[in-house]
Design a protein around this ligand. Structure first.
Ligand code: ATP
Ligand code: MG
Length: 390
């Protein structure tokens, strides 16, 4: 195949002595993302990755799509590859320009050249000028616009040469698995999938825990959460989801504790269970989708009371300072939004008190917590966890 996918890195290039660990990890993750699409070689040099299909039946377009979601890459380009001979890349430049006119109705263009091979007899401006001239000869309806062209023909002259027109954004960040593992508290809402995505983007491997309250929440609500986990796992890799039966804890709180504190008590119980699940899965942190001030259970005082239930593990709250609109924007971009807004009930909403206390006091919460046997109930919930890998 004379096609190739070029990948560019960002932050990884700033790494010092350990840079090669990150580079190897990224190559392995890229491999995993496309391994079912046909055989391909992946190699890299300086800040550039090269994905080279070995056979013509390689599913090139799907590979481009998948690689544009791999953490660690900042952009990718589907390109043509050829020996470094002027006639070859000039002919290809004309060909890609013809495709842009035919398929996109483009009217203006420019050529940009990078010459990595300093021994090549023409310099970059000369190559651009010659390629531009040949494109204009072949397509007299086109004109050059250096400021706002409809498309750019990129020519890179190295040991081999590359011609392409598109630079597709990839998410950046760090390759997953280069930075430990954390446990995401995943609900069916908009926020927590985004939180998992954001921490995954920093190179952290993710597993998830979901609390459900059958029969108060339906089988379909659980399916929705697994679907969200599946979407997040497109970026983070396969994910283990611990589904925790939470009904008995919720009923005990409802029957034995003051209604206005029930949400906080519920959230404290979730955090304790999540911390245990995290330890069982070798995680060093918890992740939630909380944002300060968003709802009664996320006031400064409420988060103080929730956090206090976690014995010995940091809680990452990547959305803590974000507005809902900003979170929604990310949710749309990563593809979780449409699933999140499906109207299936969450275990929290089923048991929501009419007047939740927005400024709970930790002492009164701890006192109220003595009114039900949380340790025993949480033990049973953990015992009955169902694990699903997505
Ligand atoms: P989300 O949109 O993520 O559901 P939210 O704004 O609805 O968040 P809450 O319902 O108060 O807020 O939940 C805050 C956080 O607690 C969630 O972001 C999530 O991390 C965790 N959480 C809430 N409900 C569940 C659940 N049923 N299972 C697992 N985690 C949950
Ligand atoms: Mg929610």
């Amino acid at each position: 195949m004379d096609r190739i996918i070029l990948g560019r890195i960002g932050e990884i290039a700033l790494k010092g002595l350990n840079r090669s660990t990150f580079e190897h990890r990224l190559a392995a993750n890229m491999h995993k993302a496309i391994s079912d699409l046909g055989a391909a070689q992946i190699h890299w040099s300086q800040s550039r990755y090269f994905v080279e299909p070995e056979n013509d039946d390689f599913d090139f377009d799907t590979a481009v799509k998948r690689l544009s979601g791999v953490f660690g890459l900042v952009s990718i380009s589907p390109a043509w590859v050829m020996d470094t001979e002027a006639e070859l890349f000039f002919a290809k430049a004309v060909e890609v320009a013809q495709a842009c006119v035919r398929e996109r109705g483009a009217k203006t263009f420019k050529v940009e050249t990078k010459r990595g091979l300093k021994s090549f007899p023409m310099n970059s401006p000369q190559i651009s000028e010659e390629a531009g001239g040949r494109i204009l000869d072949a397509l007299p309806e086109l004109s050059v616009d250096v400021k706002h062209p409809d498309f750019i023909v990129y020519i890179e002259v190295r040991e081999r040469s590359y011609v392409y027109t598109d630079i597709i954004d990839a998410p950046g960040g760090m390759p997953v698995g280069s930075n430990g593992k954390a446990c995401l508290l995943l609900s069916g809402g908009i926020d927590s999938p985004v939180a998992g995505y954001m921490i995954g983007k920093r190179g952290v491997a993710i597993c998830a825990v979901h609390f459900y309250s059958y029969p108060y929440t339906s089988e379909r609500a659980k399916e929705k959460v697994l679907e969200l986990a599946r979407i997040v796992s497109r970026y983070t890799g396969p994910m283990k989801v611990a589904v925790v039966p939470f009904t008995d804890v919720q009923l005990a709180i409802m029957q034995n504790c003051r209604e206005e504190l029930s949400t906080i008590l519920l959230r404290r119980s979730m955090m304790r269970i999540a911390e245990r699940v995290a330890r069982m899965n070798s995680c060093s942190a918890l992740i939630t989708g909380e944002s300060v001030g968003q709802v009664a259970s996320q006031t400064v005082q409420a988060i103080y009371c929730t956090d206090n239930a976690v014995a010995n593990m940091p809680v990452y709250r990547p959305l803590i300072g974000m507005d809902k609109m900003e979170t929604v924007e990310i949710a749309r971009r990563i593809g979780t939004f449409e699933t999140s807004i499906q109207p299936y009930e969450d275990c929290c909403t089923v048991f929501t008190p009419k007047h939740p206390k927005t400024r709970p006091n930790l002492e009164e919460v701890l006192k109220e917590e003595e009114n039900y046997d949380h340790a025993a109930l949480e033990e049973i919930a953990i015992r009955d966890i169902e694990t699903v890998t997505v």
